[in-house]
Design a protein around this ligand. Sequence first.
Ligand SMILES: Cc1cc2nc3c(=O)[nH]c(=O)nc-3n(C[C@H](O)[C@H](O)[C@H](O)COP(=O)(O)O)c2cc1C
Length: 152
Amino acid sequence: MVDVIIIFASTGGNTELVCATVAEILEGRGISTIVQRVERSQVDDVDKGKIILLAAPTYEHGVIEYNFQPFLKELAKKDLKGKPFAAIGLGDTKYDDHYHIESANVLTQALKKAKGSTLVHALRINKSPLPQLETVVREWTLHLAKKITESI
Ligand SMILES: Cc1cc2nc3c(=O)[nH]c(=O)nc-3n(C[C@H](O)[C@H](O)[C@H](O)COP(=O)(O)O)c2cc1C
């Protein structure tokens, strides 16, 4: 079993970039990862990882990227039996004053409803992740790596 299964959706490539960065940092700390697109994933793929990481951007005033929707429907039928999870959401406050980065909330709620247990608070990326890879993304991932090392 791999340490972390990362399943993501990404229309424009930002979420994909964040996931690749997270995976690289985790691998650098000796934590094995699989990174795969939600379009090519079955919900049971979460069983491949000791820890689940789901990542998605927000579109259409607070809606999670549409490719994630069928996956979340299936996840609602699953029992994660306390498996640790983390979520990553991307968004941009210029598109939505009230619901920006709602994808982080949607993923967190779906994982909690399926009886997953929160390992760390969700990573929320507002606007382009590029200038945040070495700061916000790296700091969050190092915190995640610490929690993973303690839990496996
Ligand atoms: C047409 C369009 C609609 C968007 N709507 C929202 C939104 O409602 N809320 C939000 O927080 N971000 C919104 N965003 C921002 C995206 O979530 C953000 O650019 C994200 O980084 C895109 O990730 P991706 O490149 O992985 O698809 C929107 C972006 C576009 C292009």
